[in-house]
Every structure is written in C-alpha cells, then in structure tokens.
Design a protein around this ligand. Structure first.
Ligand code: GLA
Length: 378
C-alpha cells in the first residue's frame, strides 16, 4: 500500500469542513442556506502511477485499492464509497482519462459531527483528480459529481449545501446560497464581539441516513399535494407560508409539520442574512434558537443530547444563539458566544453534559476559510 509523503506528491489538496449558520434541511427543498467553509480540513496527497491501480490510504480508516479499468462497485466499507463514488462520477464525465494514482488522506474533521467530513472528502478527491489528470472540469460540475457520489454510492439523498460550501467557501465570508438557482452572495462573517463555537456531542444516532431520506420524502409528498392546486411551485421552500398553512387538513400531521418548518426556516435564513449584514447579532441569535425549536419539534431531527446543550445555553446571556447544526440526530451544536465567555461556557457545558450523559463533549472553535485549495501542482 502507498506510503506517499508530502515531498513526493504531485498535488496536495486541502479540503475544508463547513458550518451552516442557519437554513437547515432547506437545500433539497430549493430554498436559502447560509454556510461557510471552515479552518478544519482534510489533507490529501495525490501522485500519478504508471499502471491502472489506485491505492488510497487514510490515516484513520485504513487502506483499499481498485483498478481504474474495472467497473467500480459500491463498497461495504462506507468511507470508501465517498471516494469510489467520486472516481466513478469523474470517469463518466471524462471517459478514459483517469489512470492509476496513489492518494494519502489525513483529516482534522471528526466524522458524524455534522461538519461535513464527507463532503470534504468527496470534493477534495474531485478537485484533486481534476488537477492531477488535467481534466478541465468546472467547479459546478465537480460539485454535482460529489453530490451524486453521496446519492448513488453512499445512499444519502443530500442537497447541494455541503459540496457547494466546501468548494466555493471564502475566508471571512458566509455564502447566502439559493439552492434552486445555485446563485450565491458573499456576506461578511463578522460576529464581533461573538465567536462561533461548535460543541460536538460525540453521538451519532443510528439510521441517520435513512431518517434523512424520509424527511426528504415527506417534503416531496407535501409538494406533490400542493402542486395539484399550485403547479407553479417547483420546490417546497418557494411555497408561501399562507398557502402551506391552508393545507393543514389535507396533509398528514407529520408531513404538515415538516412543510411548515421548511417555509419558516427559509424565511428565517433570509432574515438572518439581513440581520448579520446590519450587525444585529443578538437578533440573529434569537433566530438560531427559533430554528432549533423547529428542527426539534416540527422537523424532528434533533436528539436529547443536542436539546440539552441548547437549553443549557439559554441560561447564559453571553451565549446569544445556539442550535443543532447539519443533518441532525447527533453531531454538533453551533453557538454564538461572547469572546471573553468562551472558556467559561466550554467548562460549564462540558461538566453538565458529562454529568447528564456520561459522555465527553468536544469544543471546536472555528473560523471561516477558503474552499478546496490545491497547494502544489505538477
Ligand atoms: C446534511 C446534508 C445537506 C443538508 C444538511 C441539513 O449535511 O448533506 O445537504 O441537507 O444535512 O441542512
């Protein structure tokens, strides 16, 4: 198996994780999200080989190899599918142009924490192979190849937010992304005097992927019913709130609650972007609490551990906003914390969490960063 070192690599790729300030479970509903790439990254070293063998080694996960001339199969080892899915997509986009390669992966991104270690891996491989074999594939196409790897090889019918943020992120900026048109606007990520602190619950509840897909199906069901009367709406997030509310008796209670959440969360995101631009950080923090309430009670993607941390923060005026982040069912909360209170908050939350669940909490102080970068090219 390969033991590729920095100095022997043709290409070094740094691929970031992402945070999302607000707009959760909105991307696959065609609404607005507010993510940013972060300063925690996956590093990938790539080197071309003379044969058809591709050897991938992850420092945390182990190694595997495949022949680039053979059709690629879905692996039973889930992390391999992030890579196989992307290689498969690149092969389809540029048939016959890939050869064998070595790839060495080391990561600062915890898995299952809702900060998109998976999209970091997918987009890093996509950009890395594009540069290594000089394929000239656009960012937009690489984003889609990465997203489809997740659909077809990993099995999560995700939206575009993660791959978009990981690829297009900018240091000190948030991306206000319209997931229907993929148009985006850069917003200054200035939360002074507050810092963005993630608290990783270190739990990742089972069946997260199938529960995710079921939420998506519920939204599709709501849209199908609404479209019978209002065919002009192509995505659920576009449907005005008053129309969604008029469907209370025509949708099952659960499907109705999901649809209401989507409509409210999309409006919250647009409102949040405006508030951040006006420097009204406390008001924005209030929207984070409202988003969490909706994710927990209406969309039902939170869990006890996340709810506990959000509730705890409400007693501390120095924490102006807190909510679960990402797909849910575990992972991190994202918190806006007064700079000089960060250590105290970490200390209090860690102790209370340990007492309640007997699990160690991991604090992650994050800053925004650029999207995928190729550090050294051939
Ligand atoms: C996961 C998915 C994203 C998005 C979020 C929830 O991270 O990969 O596409 O749906 O969940 O906002």
């Amino acid at each position: 198996m390969n033991t590729l070192k920095h100095k022997d690599a043709d290409i070094i790729v740094k691929s970031p994780g992402r945070i999302n300030l607000i707009g959760e479970h909105i991307d696959y509903n065609g609404g607005h999200v507010l993510p940013a790439a972060i300063d925690r990254k996956v590093t990938m070293l790539f080197r071309k080989k003379d044969d058809n063998l591709c050897c991938v080694k992850s420092e945390d996960k182990g190694s595997f190899a495949f022949n680039i001339q053979q059709p690629l199969q879905i692996s039973k080892t889930q992390w391999e599918n992030y890579i196989l899915g992307v290689v498969d997509g690149v092969q389809r986009a540029r048939p016959g142009q890939l050869g064998g390669f070595d790839c060495h992966i080391s990561s600062q991104l915890p898995i299952g924490a809702g900060i998109s270690s998976s999209a970091a891996l997918e987009c890093g491989v996509a950009q890395g192979l594009n540069a290594l074999f000089d394929l000239g594939i656009s960012d937009e196409e690489l984003i889609e190849i990465s997203r489809m790897a997740e659909h077809h090889f990993v099995g999560t019918k995700c939206g575009v937010m993660d791959q978009f943020a990981v690829t297009m992120g900018h240091q000190n900026k948030l991306l206000l992304l319209n997931c229907e048109t993929r148009a985006y606007k850069l917003i200054e990520a200035d939360f002074t005097p507050y810092k963005i602190l993630l608290l990783n619950t270190n739990v990742s509840h089972n069946l997260a992927s199938s529960a995710y897909n079921r939420r998506r199906e519920a939204c599709e069901e709501a849209l199908r019913v609404i479209q019978k009367e209002y065919p002009q709406y192509a995505f659920l997030a576009e449907v005005p709130g008053e129309i969604v509310r008029s469907y209370k008796d025509k949708l099952s209670e659960k499907v109705y609650q999901r649809a209401i959440f989507v409509s409210q969360e999309n409006s919250r995101t647009l409102q949040a972007a405006a508030l951040i631009q006006e420097g009204k950080i406390k008001d924005f923090g209030q929207l984070m609490y409202e988003a969490h309430e909706g994710l927990s009670a209406k969309y039902e993607v939170s869990c006890n551990e996340l709810d506990f941390l959000v509730a705890l923060s409400k007693d501390m005026p120095e924490v102006v906003g807190s909510r679960m982040m990402g797909g849910g069912f575990g992972g991190c909360t994202i918190n806006l914390v007064k700079e000089d209170f960060v250590d105290t908050f970490i200390d209090r939350a860690t102790k209370a969490y340990k007492k309640e669940f007997d699990i160690d909490l991991t604090p992650i102080l994050v800053a925004t960063s650029n999207g995928v970068e190729i550090i050294k090219s051939t």
